[in-house]
Design a protein around this ligand. Structure first.
Ligand code: URA
Length: 433
């Protein structure tokens, strides 16, 4: 088989076979196929798309390019959750302890964040002592004991995807639905998930800007799951504004604890409850979504989910006292209020701009090597629909430096304040099963 013939085939709009796709993925991972040929193929896929058999074959080939984690020593259906990413998205930190309390094992491998704020494991590392590296044996024991463990993604998980993603990033081929869908699903399959809940975000702070595009991506990923025997549900949820009120690593841990205590932001709580309900439905703990949703609310209100969170933190070396004494989490030296520039209602908050503002404070990485400052971040005091008066604080900046002019201007630019009150924000647009 010659790569040039396969590029030609895809360029002509023909369908690649499973064998051909495996040849390409293995060859590229080993370095036998050079970047320039892979770039040409990715561009041909970008323009001509792939049929579902090709997408499933690509997913399996990328999953099989490295370590395939075997979680069979953990009893029960291992339900994983993935978000396509957004600003202030701390849902994994909340739903993990909830579904674990309901008996669904959570054996989660999570990535670090690049851009905006940290990923789930960066946020967890803001808890003093928390370790995200466990041996495979300790990981399995932790899940069997506490029903939950969250660790960093192994370097050898779907290496083909890692290499291809880096190439897509510099060849303008990231935003291709077959490539995004196979990339996400390959990592979920390699990390041993039996079932998967996908949270596809739409809006200013997300990859997908429209509900229609998000539906196509969601449907493509659910179809991959079905073909590969992984029960999969995709929710399409809002990222027109940041999720919840806190952005930044320790800030997001604080807010997750509030939600687990039953006193958190209402919208964030609603999305988390739905995600947790779908996860426990796929974990076959309940027969219907309604039953699952009620049980999720109960487990939060009776304090069991928060107890599980404490046990989980302690089992990975973290200080569980942060739950009752959030001041033990890293705290920034300075606080600055961002004043509203006019009277009116908040009509829009550009999530991406807010994410960049948090990153400029040090809450995220612009480059892989950058160090995260766990203490810094933003608290959104006003969200879409809220009334504001000139000079009132729309946002609190938590900083470790005094010069925050640029960040302040960015936040003011991200808020659109107008005379009319906008329609209430829709939190969940669709669920694809
Ligand atoms: N997230 C991924 O993991 N892969 C993509 O291609 C896009 C988003």
């Amino acid at each position: 088989m010659r790569m040039v013939d396969l590029i030609h085939k895809k360029r002509s709009g023909e369908v690649l076979t499973e064998q051909e796709i495996t040849f390409i993925v293995q060859g590229y991972t080993k370095g036998d196929i050079p970047d320039y040929q892979m770039s040409a193929l990715l561009m041909a896929i970008f323009f001509n798309g792939m049929i579902s058999e090709e997408i499933s074959a690509l997913t399996m080939a990328m999953a099989g390019s490295g370590e395939m984690i075997d979680l069979s020593e953990i009893a029960g259906i291992k339900v994983d959750k993935h978000s396509t990413g957004g600003v202030g998205d701390k849902i994994s930190l909340i739903v993990g302890p909830i579904v674990a309390s309901l008996g669904v094992p959570v054996a989660k491998m999570s990535g670090r964040g690049l851009g905006h704020t940290g990923g789930t494991v960066d946020k967890l590392e803001s808890i003093p002592g928390f370790r995200i590296e466990l041996s495979k044996e300790d990981f399995i024991t932790a899940v069997n004991t506490n029903k939950i463990a969250i660790v960093g993604q192994s370097g050898n998980l779907a290496p083909a995807d890692k290499k291809m993603y880096a190439l897509r990033d510099v060849t303008a081929t990231v935003d291709s639905i077959p490539l995004i869908a196979s990339s996400i699903m390959s990592k979920k399959i390699a990390s041993g998930a039996d079932a998967i809940v996908l949270d596809v975000k739409i809006g200013s702070g997300a990859f997908m800007k429209t509900v229609d595009d998000a539906r196509v991506l969601a449907r493509t990923m659910v179809d991959i799951g079905v073909k590969l025997n992984r029960n999969t549900i995709a929710m399409i949820t809002d990222m027109e504004q940041p999720l919840g009120r806190e952005i930044g690593n320790a800030n997001e841990i604080r807010e997750s604890i509030e939600v687990l205590r039953g006193t958190g932001d209402k919208e964030l709580t609603e999305v988390a409850i739905s995600v947790a309900a779908y996860m426990s439905l796929l974990g076959k703990v309940f027969e219907s979504f309604e039953e699952a949703q009620e049980a999720v609310r109960d487990i939060v209100m009776n304090g069991k989910a928060l107890e599980t969170f404490k046990r989980f933190v302690a089992s990975q070396g973290g200080d569980p006292r942060v739950v009752d004494q959030p001041e033990l989490l890293p705290t920034a030296s300075y606080r600055f209020e961002v004043p509203a520039e006019r009277d009116g209602y908040v009509n829009q908050i550009d999530a991406e701009q807010i994410g960049i503002a948090a990153m400029l404070l040090g809450a995220g990485r612009a480059k892989k090597e950058d160090q995260i400052d766990y203490a810094v971040g933003l608290t959104l005091n006003k969200k879409i629909g809220d009334a504001v008066q000139t000079g009132e604080s729309i946002c609190t900046i938590h900083a470790n430096r005094e010069d925050v002019q640029e960040v302040t201007a960015m936040i003011q630019g991200a808020y659109r304040i107008a005379a009319g009150q906008p329609a209430p924000v829709q939190l969940i647009y669709d669920v694809i099963v």
